[in-house]
Design a protein around this ligand. Structure first.
Ligand code: SF4
Length: 419
């Protein structure tokens, strides 16, 4: 690889690292003698396909020059950071070279906006088109659509990319205008609408013509920054829920705000990114997508933010002791899903297993139920432990928060969601 391209790669991959909508990057751990593997702070990240496979992607920007001045972004026009641009052919060759060396299985491509949204989008489209048509590249491609890009270009991009995405970034239009004066909801939601129309049109065409071209077969995703504005978790989750009601929206990503532009007084002074809040939002998002919860059950106007100390499902259960205990041998699937400690897989197994015998605590443990939590919310064949109603929600909350843990502040990371 040419030295000049390597230099550009370092700058552009570093610039792309704050975009979390293709997950798992941002660590920096070099390889050590006697140990296996390393994690570079830039370049390659991991993403999960719909069938659960983990794939590595080259995560890079075409250019980190940008004519916009979004307050929360490291690449904003007014920042004095090293700038560079890859040509279309350099980026194509880089991808192919990495792919041949088995470093990556795909590409996650974004860009700053240069000259105009259409000018930038046109170059991004050329990259994916060349990869597919000239190099016959069959790997995964996730392309960030540029806010304000024209429908023709979005339509063309969808023919070559597996997934298209447009970042909302700020969940409230007024705050977006304050922090990113050149953007508004229209410039973000219009390309989203184009992507949706393209996906649905392609589905219809393929029902008639088996070989009609596929359009963004992995659908679309978006990202919201958490903690850069005063928006509550209720505001954020309400928007996520509305987005998930659209047939092509696959994932909403939440990115704890990182204070990269400390000089900008429009932004809050956070000591550390709000990682616990970000984690709780992912858990709540999970409840919306897989546990049949509605936003207003998780947060509402009187309870607008998620509890940082306990997961949102446990928080809901403690606010609704009247719904418990749930009889494991009789309750329907939907109610089983609401029991803290029972996940989607365990709920399905419970429903399938109880046809054969009445289930007891030993069976539940074998199925994978987290009894430490579930015991306060269920009854089963022989379980005689006191439930939430005998012990009170407050007592259970105290029991389930590990002893000695300091009160969680926004900047403390907690364990991932365990149900
Ligand atoms: S348009 Fe994108 S790259 Fe440019 S400043 Fe805004 S967030 Fe950053």
């Amino acid at each position: 690889m040419k030295e000049s391209v390597l230099k550009k790669l370092k700058i552009l991959a570093e610039s792309a690292k704050y975009d979390v909508s293709c997950a798992s990057s941002g660590t920096s751990r070099s390889g050590k003698k006697g140990e296996l593997g390393s994690a570079a702070g830039w370049g390659i990240c991991h993403s999960f396909t719909e069938d659960g496979r983990c794939i590595s992607l080259l995560k890079i920007m075409l250019t980190n020059n940008c004519m916009y001045d979004c307050a929360y972004c490291i690449n904003r026009r007014s920042n004095d950071v090293p700038r560079t641009t890859l040509s279309v052919s350099e980026l194509v060759e880089l991808t192919i070279e990495f792919y041949r060396r088995n470093y990556i299985e795909g590409l996650f491509l974004s860009s700053g906006v240069v000259r105009s949204p259409d000018y930038t989008m046109e170059r991004l489209v050329r990259v994916v088109k060349d990869l597919r048509l000239i190099h016959r590249f069959h790997g995964y491609i996730h392309l960030k659509s540029i806010p304000g890009a024209s429908q023709d270009l979005v339509n063309e991009a969808g023919l070559y990319a597996d997934r298209l995405s447009v970042n909302i970034e700020i969940p409230n239009e007024e705050s977006l205008r304050t922090l990113a004066p050149e953007k508004d909801f229209k410039s973000v939601f219009t390309p989203m609408k184009y992507i949706q129309q393209g996906v649905l049109r392609s589905k219809e065409e393929r029902q008639v013509f088996r070989h009609a071209p596929r359009f963004a077969p992995a659908g679309q995703s978006t990202q919201m920054i958490v903690g850069a504005t005063a928006d509550s978790d209720h505001d954020i989750l309400r928007l996520s829920s509305a987005l998930y009601s659209r047939p092509t929206m696959k994932r909403v990503y939440y990115s704890g705000y990182i204070h990269v532009n400390s000089y900008d007084t429009r932004l809050p002074m956070l000591r550390q990114p709000p990682l616990v809040r970000e984690n709780r939002l992912y858990q709540a998002d999970w409840l919306l997508r897989f546990y049949q919860f509605k936003v207003d059950e998780i947060v509402d106007d009187s309870y607008p933010n998620l509890d940082l100390e306990i997961d949102p499902k446990l928080a809901w259960a403690l606010r609704h002791p009247e719904q418990f205990p749930v009889d494991i041998n009789r309750a329907d699937y939907e109610m089983l899903l609401r029991v803290p400690g029972i996940g989607v897989k365990s709920a399905k197994l419970i429903v399938a297993s109880r046809h054969f015998s009445r289930l007891g605590s030993y069976d539940l443990k074998k199925i994978g139920v987290v009894m430490k939590k579930a015991q306060y919310f269920i009854t089963c064949r022989e379980l005689a432990s006191p439930t939430v109603n005998e012990l009170t929600p407050l007592a259970i909350r105290t029991l389930l928060i590990p002893k000695g843990r300091k009160k969680i502040d926004n900047d403390q990371l907690e364990l991932p969601f365990q149900d």
